[in-house]
Design a protein around this ligand. Structure first.
Ligand code: C2E
Ligand code: CA
Ligand code: CA
Length: 749
C-alpha cells in the first residue's frame, strides 16, 4: 500500500520514498484532511481538484476502489497548496504539494531543513511563534504572510494544526501554505472598481439585459436629486421617458448592435429644465457573447460648455470694452462680404480712429485713456443697429460693419450720426474734453470683395480724413489711393480758382408743366480749369466739401447769383426766383444765415428771389444748428426745396418739421419713367407725399415728351431738363425771356 502511494508521490515529484517518515503518511494525510475541512473555501478547491487525474490514478482507482489511502492520495495529488509536516523545533519533516513549479521549489528548498535555515530571522520567528501557539492551544492557527518568490511578492495563508503524531519524540504540526495572491489581487481590484464607481463624478447606472435596475452610484442620485431609496421607482420612469423618444430608441438599437454608444443628448432636470448631457452606454457580455448588463455613464456638460463659451468669448472680445475684437471682426467682415455678394446688396466698413488720442494717453495717463475708450465704445454702440458689428481692433481703433444698404448716400448719414455722438464733451479724470474721430469708409463689394483689402481701403480713407483736418469722414475712392496726387492737385488748383475767376454759373430754366411757362432758374456752378477745360461740379464739389473750401465757394455762388439778378434787372427782365444748391457743410455753420443776410443786404436783394436746394441727408433729425439756419433763412423770405428727393431716407416727421416749399424728384427716377414701373410708383408716391405736405413738386432731368406727359398726368407741377433747356449762360436767359416766354412769377403772389 505504501509502496503504491510512494510511487504515486514520486510521479508527482513529492517526498522522498526512502524517508523513514513515509510510514507515517496515513496519519499525515488524515490531518491534512481535517486541516482542510477547517476552511469552506478550500473545500471548494479540493472538490475541484478531484477532477484532476492521471491514467495511473484511474487504474489505481479501479483496482483499489474505495480504498481510503487512494482516495486521500487523490486529494493530495490534486491540491494546489503546499503541506509541511513540521516538528515543534521547526524542522521540516515532510513537504507535499500538487503540481506547479513554484510549489516544487518550495518543497526542494525546505525539505529536511530547519525553518531558520531557509527563511530570514524575522520570518523564522514568525513561523516559530505560530507553531508554538498551535501546539500550546491545540487549535488551528491561521496566519497571513508574504514571501518574495522569483522577484514577485506572493501572499500566503498558513493553516497550522497540531497532530497526534510524533517524530523522534517531538510533537508535530501540519502547516498548509495556501497561495492567496490571486484572491487578494482580485479583492483589491474589486475594491478599486467599487471606489471608482462610488466616487466618480459621472452619474452611473448599471442595468440588466432587460433594462432593469442593478445599481446606481451616488453621483447619479445627486444629478437627479434623488435619494438612494427612491431610485428603484425613479429609474423605470426615467428609462420609459428615455425610450419614448425616437432618437433615443435609435441609440439603444446602436448599443445592441455595436455594443456601445457615446454622444450628446438633451438631459432634463427634475424641474423640467433641460441641459446638455454626455451619454456613454457600454454593454457587458458573458462568454457566450450575450449582453448581461448595460453600464450607463451620464455627464452634465453644461458647465463645460459654458466655460468653453466663456473661453470663446474671451478669445473673441476685447477685455476693456467687451466689443468684438480683431479676430471676431475679421470673421464677421468675411461673412458680411459673402452675404452682400450673394444678395446683390451693399455693405460698408467704417474705420474709426480718435483724433489726438496719443495726447490724452501721454498727458492724462493710461487710466484716463482707457476710460475714454470705454465711453467712446458706449457712444458708438448707440449709433449701430443690431445687425451691425462694432469692434475694437486695439488702441483707439474701432470698426463698424454695416450691411443691407440700398444706396451709398445712407453711409454719409451714418458717418454724420457718429460725429454727432462726439459733439458732447467727454468727462475724463475731472476734465471736460472735446474728442473727435476720423472715419474712413470702404464699400463692399464695390471697392473690393476681399476683407483684407477692404480694411486697407478703409484705413487709407481714414488717413485721408485725418489729412483733411480730422473730425471728418472720407470714402475710399480711386482718387484717394491711386490718384491721391491728382486729388490733391485739384484741391490746390481749386484754392486758386476764386482768385483767378475760373468759377462761373450757368442757369437752367424751370417750367410750369401744364402751361409750359417759364417760372425760374437753377444756378449750376462750373469751373473753367486752365488745363482741364470746363470741370463738372460732380467732380470738384465733393473735394471742395472735404477740403473745407465749400464755405467760401458757396458764398461766392450766392453773391454771384445776386450780382446776376442785378444785371438781369438792369436788362429790364422781370424778377423770377433763382434756385441755389447748398451743401450740408454750409448748413451746419452756426451763423450761416447771418452770412447770407449780409450778402443780400450788401447787394440789396430781397430774400424772396432765392430758393435753397438742400438734400435729404442735410437735414438730420434733432439738429438744432441746421434747423435754426433754415428757420432764419425762411424769415428772410428764402424758400427751401428738397433736392434729389427719393434717394436719401428722410422721414415724414423730419420733412414736416422743416420750412419747405418744394420737392424735387430726382432725375434717376425720371430717367426710367415708361420703362420701370418701380420708378413710376416712387414718383406717384412722392407726388402724393408732396401734396399732403402742401409742397410744389418739380421734376428734374426731364428729357422726353413721354416723361413730361407722364409727370403731367400724375400731377407733377413743374419740370426742368434738356426737353426745355440745358443749363445756359445768363444772357441766354435774357434772350429767352425777351423772346416772349413769360415767367409765372412766384413773386407775383
Ligand atoms: P443737381 O442739383 O441735381 O443738378 C442737376 C444736374 O442735372 C445738373 O448737373 C444739370 O446740369 C443736370 N441736368 C439738367 N437737366 C438734365 C437733363 O435733362 N438730363 C440730364 N441727364 N441731366 C440734366 P451739374 O450742373 O453737373 O450739377 C451736378 C450737381 O452739382 C448738382 O446736382 C448739384 O448737386 C451740384 N452743384 C451744382 N452747382 C452747385 C453749387 O453752386 N453749389 C453746390 N453746393 N452744389 C452744386
Ligand atoms: Ca439742384
Ligand atoms: Ca438733383
Amino acid at each position: 500500500m505504501h509502496r503504491l502511494l510512494a510511487r504515486q508521490l514520486k510521479k508527482l515529484k513529492l517526498g522522498d520514498l526512502n524517508s523513514p517518515e513515509v510510514t507515517s503518511w496515513q496519519e499525515f494525510l488524515k490531518h491534512v484532511e481535517t486541516s482542510y475541512q477547517a476552511s469552506d473555501q478550500d473545500r471548494y478547491t479540493l472538490e475541484r481538484s478531484l477532477t484532476i487525474s492521471s491514467e495511473e490514478m484511474q487504474a489505481m482507482h479501479k483496482s483499489q476502489k474505495d480504498s481510503y489511502e487512494v482516495r486521500l492520495h487523490s486529494i493530495l495529488a490534486a491540491i494546489p497548496d503546499v503541506l509541511f509536516l513540521v516538528t515543534e523545533d521547526c524542522k521540516c519533516i515532510e513537504v507535499m504539494s500538487g503540481s506547479g513549479r513554484l510549489l516544487n521549489e518550495q518543497r526542494d528548498k525546505s525539505l529536511g531543513k530547519y525553518i531558520h535555515e531557509v527563511y530570514t530571522k524575522e520570518q523564522s520567528e514568525f513561523f516559530q511563534n505560530a507553531i508554538t501557539q498551535a501546539l500550546e492551544t491545540e487549535q488551528l492557527v491561521v496566519v497571513n504572510y508574504e514571501l518574495d518568490i522569483n522577484d514577485s511578492t506572493h501572499h500566503f495563508e498558513g493553516r497550522i494544526k497540531p497532530t497526534d503524531h510524533k517524530v523522534e519524540g517531538k510533537r508535530t504540526v501540519v502547516f498548509v501554505a495556501i497561495d492567496v495572491t490571486k484572491r487578494i489581487k482580485t479583492e483589491v481590484q474589486g475594491q478599486l472598481i467599487s471606489t471608482v464607481f462610488e466616487s466618480s463624478k459621472e452619474g452611473m447606472i448599471i442595468l440588466d439585459n432587460k433594462l432593469r435596475l442593478v445599481t446606481v452610484n451616488i453621483s447619479f442620485c445627486e444629478m437627479y436629486d434623488e435619494s438612494m431609496e427612491s431610485i428603484p421607482e425613479t429609474i423605470p420612469s426615467l428609462i420609459k421617458d428615455f425610450m419614448s423618444n425616437e432618437t433615443n430608441q435609435q441609440i439603444l438599437k446602436a448599443v445592441r448592435k455595436e455594443g456601445h454608444w457615446i454622444g450628446e443628448i438633451a438631459g432634463k432636470y427634475k424641474n423640467g429644465k433641460s441641459y446638455p448631457l454626455w451619454l456613454t452606454i457600454n454593454t457587458v457580455k458573458n462568454t457566450l457573447g450575450q449582453v448581461i448588463n448595460y453600464v450607463i455613464m451620464l455627464t452634465d456638460i453644461s458647465e463645460i460648455k459654458r466655460s468653453r463659451e466663456e473661453l470663446e468669448h474671451v478669445a473673441t472680445h476685447d477685455s476693456l470694452t467687451n466689443l468684438p475684437n480683431r479676430v471676431l471682426f475679421h470673421d464677421r467682415l468675411e461673412q458680411a462680404v459673402k452675404r452682400t455678394q450673394r444678395t446683390n446688396s451693399l455693405g460698408a466698413l467704417f474705420f474709426l480712429d480718435l483724433d489726438r488720442f496719443k495726447n490724452i494717453n501721454d498727458n492724462l495717463g493710461h487710466q484716463v485713456g482707457d476710460d475714454l475708450i470705454i465711453q467712446v465704445s458706449q457712444r458708438l454702440s448707440t449709433v449701430k443697429r443690431d445687425s451691425d458689428t462694432l469692434a475694437r481692433l486695439g488702441g483707439d481703433e474701432f470698426t463698424l460693419i454695416i450691411e443691407g444698404l440700398s444706396k451709398t448716400e445712407e453711409l454719409a448719414m451714418i458717418a454724420e450720426k457718429i460725429h454727432v455722438v462726439f459733439n458732447k464733451p467727454f468727462l475724463l479724470g475731472g476734465y471736460k474734453l472735446n474728442i473727435s474721430v476720423s472715419i474712413g469708409i470702404s464699400v463692399f463689394p464695390r471697392d473690393s470683395g476681399d476683407p483684407d483689402e477692404l480694411i486697407k481701403h478703409a484705413d487709407t480713407a481714414m488717413y485721408s480724413a485725418k489729412d483733411m483736418g480730422r473730425n471728418t469722414y472720407q470714402f475710399y475712392t480711386q482718387e484717394l489711393t491711386s490718384n491721391a496726387f491728382e486729388y490733391f492737385a485739384i484741391e490746390m488748383a481749386l484754392r486758386k480758382s476764386l482768385d483767378r475767376k475760373e468759377l462761373f454759373l450757368l442757369y437752367q430754366p424751370q417750367y410750369d408743366i401744364k402751361r409750359d411757362e417759364f417760372i425760374g432758374v437753377e444756378a449750376l456752378i462750373r469751373w473753367r480749369h486752365p488745363d482741364m477745360g470746363v470741370v463738372s461740379p460732380n467732380m470738384f464739389i465733393p473735394i471742395a466739401e472735404t477740403s473745407g473750401q465749400i464755405e467760401e465757394i458757396g458764398e461766392w455762388v450766392i453773391g454771384e447769383v445776386c450780382n446776376q439778378c442785378i444785371l438781369w434787372k438792369k436788362d429790364g427782365l422781370p424778377e423770377f426766383p433763382v434756385s441755389v444748391n447748398l451743401s450740408r457743410k454750409q448748413l451746419v455753420i452756426p451763423n450761416f444765415f447771418e452770412r447770407v443776410q449780409n450778402i443780400l443786404f450788401s447787394k440789396n436783394i430781397d430774400g424772396k428771389r432765392l430758393e435753397f436746394e438742400i438734400t435729404e441727408s442735410s437735414i438730420l433729425e434733432n439738429e438744432d444748428v441746421v434747423y435754426n439756419n433754415l428757420k432764419e433763412l425762411q424769415k428772410m423770405g428764402i424758400t427751401m426745396a428738397i433736392d434729389d428727393f427719393g434717394t436719401g431716407y428722410s422721414s415724414l416727421v423730419n420733412l414736416k418739421q422743416f420750412p419747405l416749399s418744394r420737392l424735387k424728384i430726382d432725375q434717376s427716377f425720371v430717367r426710367d419713367v415708361t420703362k420701370d414701373t418701380n420708378d413710376e410708383a416712387i414718383i406717384r408716391a412722392t407726388i402724393a407725399l408732396g401734396k399732403s405736405l402742401q409742397l410744389k413738386i418739380i421734376a428734374e432731368g426731364v428729357e422726353t415728351e413721354e416723361q413730361r406727359a407722364f409727370l403731367n398726368k400724375e400731377g407733377c407741377d413743374q419740370a426742368q431738363g434738356y426737353l426745355y433747356s440745358e443749363p445756359v449762360s445768363p444772357d441766354k436767359i435774357a434772350d429767352l425771356l425777351v423772346a416772349g416766354q413769360r415767367p409765372a412769377n412766384k413773386l407775383a403772389d
